[in-house]
Design a protein around this ligand. Sequence first.
Ligand code: COS
Length: 387
Amino acid sequence: MSVGNPSFDVFQLSDEHVEMRKILRDLCDKEIAPYAADVDEKARYTDEALKALNSSGFSAIHIPEEYGGQGGDSVAACIVIEEVARVCASSSLIPICNKLGTMGMLLKGSEELKQKVLPSIGSGEATASYALSEREAGSDAAAMRTRAKADGDDWVLNGSKCWISNGGKSTWYTVMAVTDPDKGANGISAFVVHADDPGFTVGAKERKMGIKGSPTTDLYFEDCRIPGDRIIGEPGTGFKTALATLDHTRPTIGAQAVGIAQGALEASIAYTKERKQFGKSISDFQNTQFMLADMAMKIEAARLMVYTAAARAERGEPNLGFISSAAKCYASDVAMEVTTNAVQLFGGYGYTVDFPVERYMRDAKITQIYEGTNQIQRVVMSRALLR
Ligand code: COS
């Protein structure tokens, strides 16, 4: 055993990951952070972030090189999301949705389909979304009613989807629909729909508590006709593809949560050093110190779990359900706690829009809900334990 061996790389990111984070931090601080409050206040799309992420190649780094992408690994994709979320959670929905909307294709799509769709996303020309949930099929996703019927060489879709992140902004949508109603979850198939396909329309934007810079909409399919080769994998495999997708992407929500929490922690450290009460900085009080220590400790644990989940997904390990749900669930609970405590440390100022922590707190909440509520994550985890 050697003491102080700098090349011991267990639990250490590679030099490339560290370098990439540095580049991203600079980019996010300069080109995304200045617009975060305005995006939130006006509930407007994150145009500046899209431009910055596209021009630097960070909007969809997970797209493999053979499809014109950067070929970034799963940990790298988490670092991108984390760094963007550290300054603007809404903007982090760009890389999140691009991965979520393409993962099914990457896992199970035909070579032709991948060649048709992925290069436009890898180059930043197009973006993607994922459409699983319906009004009456949220946690119970297999209860969906949207139908797809074969018609000649085509598929014809009818029904609607809801809670679609970046709905209306995305070019491509991975849509799950029932092809055989007698087979339950095994009668669901996955398709890729283009925004210009006939019979496809986007509903009004939801008015939300947070992530206001990312539109959330319904999608409607009225005799929406798509070519036969836009199915992902075989008919009847779509629900499994949808769940396998989430195994790969729930860690990205964990990464978003870690980024939000990190942003709130940094704002809290800076503020508590500045803010004077009883004749000294409030960071001189042990109550503040212990709160900051707890916040940082939990963020550190969450980050490690997120990277572990991402690394295991990257290695193609089987049975990712437990770790990807655990990472998403733990990190999002940490983000909610940390951002709530950040508002507390700012006191009355924290409750105003003049400081960023109330936005971090509102943005954190969605990470406990989307890509499966944290109650559903516990269902996935306990099923894995008791199997
Ligand atoms: N990967 C691949 N296949 C999986 C899988 C996974 N991670 N998990 C389960 N499956 C398979 C099952 O083996 C089963 O196949 P068989 O019938 O051939 O055995 C099939 O998929 C259906 O699985 P299951 O019976 O467990 O489905 P349930 O209806 O009980 O649903 C939960 C399981 C609740 C876990 C699922 O509906 C879920 O994750 N819901 C939340 C959805 C969600 O995250 N929504 C957010 C949308 S994205 S913003």
